[in-house]
Design a protein. Sequence first.
Length: 378
Amino acid sequence: MKFVNIKEGKAEIFIPKAKRIYDAPVFYNPAMTLNRDLSVLVLRVLNPKTVLDALSATGIRGIRYALETNAEEIWLNDINPDAFKLIIRNLKINFGEELTLNDKMARVKGEKEILATNKDANLLMAEKFRYFDFVDLDPFGSPMEFLDSTLRSVKRKGVLAVTATDTAPLCGAHPKACLRKYNSKPLRGELCHESGLRILIGAIVRYAVKYDLGINVLFAYYKDHYFRAFLQLKDGAKEGDKSLKNMGYVYFEPKTGRFEIERNFLPSREGAFGPLWLGPLKEQKFIEKMIEKAEKAELPQKNKLLKFLSIIKDELNIPFFYDFHALARRNSLEVRKLSDVCSILQEKGHKSSRTHFSPTAIKTDAPFEIVLETLKLL
Ligand code: SAM
């Protein structure tokens, strides 16, 4: 295996040399730097002490958490023996040679304690019951096979960070896979990315409530063909009940683009998509704190990240949106400027905002008929 040396944030690591990232024996995706930058910021806001990067690959994520946040004990793990060897090599570059190694565990003991293991993540998380303040799941594809052990390994008031790159099932291109993995019927069309994210969160909620845990969404987003959710666990059966009240379904009319949501355990009529999460996708104060931290931070993708967080900050915290290109197509209308439509809706007393899910869409509390009427007026 040949390696190249790269820098990301404060970390310097070796990655395997390969023509395509998926051919490499150990995985590193430079396109996920923003995902890692955002995660570093989340950790800076939350200040967890014990952190697990359960699916570490090169170790970049855990190493950045150790170098760039206040975390005190950081665990890195990967089942792939080549990844484990590379993690050790990368730990040595970043934290010196004072690394002890026995069988399947490496340990760096300096100002911080850093541990690396070469185990099945489910096994490791089962062994470390209610141990971590923060668990990061960054799998190939779906996180579902790791979810139960993650919910046991994280403390009852801890935080879960979950990536899902299986957008084809979640966004309805492979509906059978979505039914199998997430027990949910996915939606196609312009709302598919938001409904995909809500299906992912909804599945996690349904796993969590059986442990008498509720979920508070600190920040969840879609970007560059992946989903990411930072979820704070809330301890207690009542918290679980509260989270379930935010579960439900969406109905979608392909002819017009009208959608309707229903908070209910079962759908009241035919044609429902879901179940999915209908609660907030962010905590406003949390996003503001992330922006505050980002403004002062040195991060590889700082400008891109600040732009993205500013859209998230201003985005209405309500389910779904109207995409003007799709609405125009579905209703044989001309495409109008988002800002013109927003001004008219605001004059009519309705809130509206852009959404990170689509550059050609708005979120609004105005009913569908008013949005359509406004498009026709312009
Ligand atoms: N978190 C990394 C980053 O930010 O660069 C990327 C992780 S990569 C997408 C997923 C990793 O999960 C792979 O390195 C793979 O070997 C590892 N993996 C897959 N199944 C596993 C399991 N059951 N237990 C532990 N690691 C596993």
